[in-house]
Design a protein around this ligand. Structure first.
Ligand code: FE2
Length: 199
């Protein structure tokens, strides 16, 4: 994928990470006026809106479209879309520089794994993260853990690793959290400025 950094020494036996399971979601960015067309296009593939959150510090709408069903989550496949009318946002900076497209791909981490341990192992294996492990817990005790790999292009695409843990009702966290998203954007903008400054 465009600009995705590859770790240098993944073949190190001691650094082997076996808890990556499958793709959790793929998130796109688009111009704000294209939100409806995007949702209609995916609607024709059987995707419907599952969650929509509005971030405040970095104002934007983050929409999760889902299709199907799985034993673990109330969906089988998730497509995300982030849009905003804020011209100066990192979302629209991506669109200006690279066009509309995939902003990030998220890999799902086995809920039995210790996310902090995975983070440490991956860092030792050469992955360059732009965030720590970001966490959220809802009212039922369901938890979300996310960590984001730094882009190699300023405001460019990146990779996420996500873990969804079940709460008291046995249901895994299936949404997103505003603070985690704003926290991601703090680091994404900061790292992109750092990359721009190196040019
Ligand atoms: Fe994501």
């Amino acid at each position: 994928m465009l600009g995705t950094p590859l770790p240098e020494n993944l073949d190190s036996p001691s650094g082997e990470v076996t808890s990556v399971r499958h793709i959790d979601h793929v998130t796109y960015v688009a111009a704000a006026e294209n939100e409806r067309a995007f949702c209609e296009t995916w609607g024709k593939l059987g995707f419907s809106e599952h969650v929509r959150v509005h971030t405040e510090r970095h104002p934007a709408a983050h929409i999760a479209l889902v299709s199907g069903m799985s034993p673990e989550y109330p969906w089988a496949t998730m497509t995300g879309l982030s849009v905003t009318s804020e011209e100066e946002s990192a979302i629209n900076e991506y669109v200006r520089r690279y066009g509309e497209g995939i902003q990030h791909v998220a890999y799902n981490i086995d809920p039995r794994a210790d996310m902090e341990e995975v983070y440490g192992q991956m860092k030792a294996g050469g992955w360059n993260f732009m965030t720590e492990v970001l966490t959220y817990q809802d009212g039922n005790g369901a938890r979300l853990r996310q960590m984001f790999v730094a882009p190699t292009l300023p405001y460019g695409p990146f990779v996420e690793f996500i873990q969804r843990l079940e709460g008291d009702d046995g249901k895994a966290f299936d949404g997103f959290d505003i603070d985690n998203i704003d926290g991601l954007y703090d680091e994404y903008i900061s790292y992109s400025r750092h990359l721009d400054a190196k040019k």
